[in-house]
Design a protein. Structure first.
Length: 415
């Protein structure tokens, strides 16, 4: 067995074992704390609602474990199981020239993986989400979304992959730098285009019509010095009962989007406080910081790929016989998540810090009690667990645990 093969197997096994162990901890912790509502939420969330949230969390954990096992088996099949070699040989019969053979290989692995995971997606949507009253997607709507996603992937993915493969083959030893330039340009373009061209393919967006609410929110935007291309309501209820709000786009295409389900569940004060939290991310430059971090990580990753692509052991150690730009790229795409799973907690910790900062900003702009009550309603309506395992939460969660977040906001209340 080659050294890199052994390292790869150890990393995959360690990552799988760690994630299954954390999932087990989360399940045990949530189950053991389901008999009583935490004191901070007493009188606001009933015991039945708390138990339902625990059951929902346990159901989601179960399907996540199946997804983790399936993803791991698929990774081993594509690499050491010879799956990539088999697919590469099959596609060679099409007689495609470079870089189109590589484009076909990479897109085929993506679509085959998506097809294999489709049953879990169907089960999650039409069994688990439906059992807890969240799913509103019809089978026809589900199929339409999947087909639209395929078309969009082909339209955007084919030229992007073709350009990167061309650079890998023709741009010399520093191809990875030019590939990074292309990738960042693509990322910025998608971020800019998403609210106007992409999101409307899947959902309907209407300007916020409630004049009282709109005036209240426009006053908040003016105080915070934020300019956007409008406030919109998205028909999230067409697919799910979950509620949310977010910023999207940049430059002249910045939009504020509210799920219709969120507007139905919160009052004016609470909606203003939720928007103030989102504005906190803008005022504290969190979006810019995360973009810079993502940019640096992308550059480092492509630089690493540029080196690995020249190493014969990278291919042979992962069960691939033919060395080529497309093989290097697809192997890197498959293997990188296994090695970066241990980096996830660092990014999650940074994200939680940003959430605390955004909450603090919101507490300065609005009454903290309004954000507290709004969050409690969102926890309740989304069946979010109030008692996550601390270690599981530290490893995965981008937002602070509910009790910790509410305690932080409570400390901002006037005494």
């Amino acid at each position: 067995m080659e050294t890199f093969t052994l390292i790869f197997l150890i990393v995959v096994a360690a990552g799988l074992g760690l994630q299954l162990w954390l999932s087990g901890r989360q399940a045990a912790y949530v189950r053991s704390h389901s008999a009583a509502v935490p004191e901070a939420f007493s009188g606001k969330i009933s015991l039945d609602q708390h138990r339902t949230a625990a059951e929902y969390t346990l159901a989601r954990l179960a399907i996540q474990r199946w997804d983790l096992l399936l993803t791991t088996l698929l990774l081993l099949f594509w690499t050491l199981g010879g799956g990539l070699d088999l697919l590469d040989t099959a596609l060679s019969g099409l007689g495609l020239s470079s870089p189109w053979h590589g484009v076909a290989l990479i897109l085929a692995t993506i679509f085959i993986g998506a097809a294999i995971e489709l049953p879990l997606s169907i089960w999650s949507t039409f069994v688990i989400e439906a059992r807890f009253g969240f799913n509103r997607t019809t089978p026809g709507g589900f199929a339409k979304d999947k087909l639209l996603a395929i078309v969009l992937t082909l339209m955007l993915g084919i030229p992007l992959v073709a350009i990167i493969l061309w650079l890998m083959a023709r741009a010399g030893s520093y191809w990875w730098f030019w590939a990074w330039v292309v990738w960042m340009g693509f990322t910025l373009f998608i971020t800019w285009a998403y609210p106007v061209w992409i999101a409307p393919i899947f959902n309907t967006f209407k300007p916020l019509e409630d004049s009282t609410l709109r005036q209240r929110l426009e006053s908040l935007l003016a105080r915070c010095g934020f300019k956007s291309n409008g406030m919109f309501v998205m028909d999230g209820s067409r697919r799910s009962a979950h509620g949310n709000a977010y910023f999207t786009g940049f430059g002249a295409n910045k939009r504020i989007v509210f799920f219709d389900t969120l507007l139905d569940g919160l009052d004016v004060d609470e909606i203003e406080a939720v928007l103030a939290h989102e504005l906190g991310h803008f005022k504290r430059h969190h979006i810019t910081k995360m973009l810079l971090i993502s940019s640096a990580l992308s550059l480092a990753g492509l630089g690493l790929l540029g080196w690995l692509a020249q190493q014969p052991w990278f291919y042979s150690g992962l069960g691939v016989q033919r060395t080529s730009p497309e093989m290097a790229l697809v192997l890197f795409m498959f293997v990188l998540p296994a090695f970066t799973v241990f980096v996830g907690p660092l990014m999650a910790r940074l994200s939680r810090r940003h959430e605390f900062e955004a909450d603090t900003f919101a507490a300065q702009q609005t009454d903290p009690s309004h954000l507290i009550s709004g969050l409690v309603k969102m926890y309740r309506d989304n069946a979010s667990t109030l008692t996550p395992d601390p270690l599981y939460s530290a490893f995965y969660h981008s937002h602070p645990p509910a009790p910790v977040r509410i305690a932080h906001l409570s400390s901002k209340l006037a005494t």
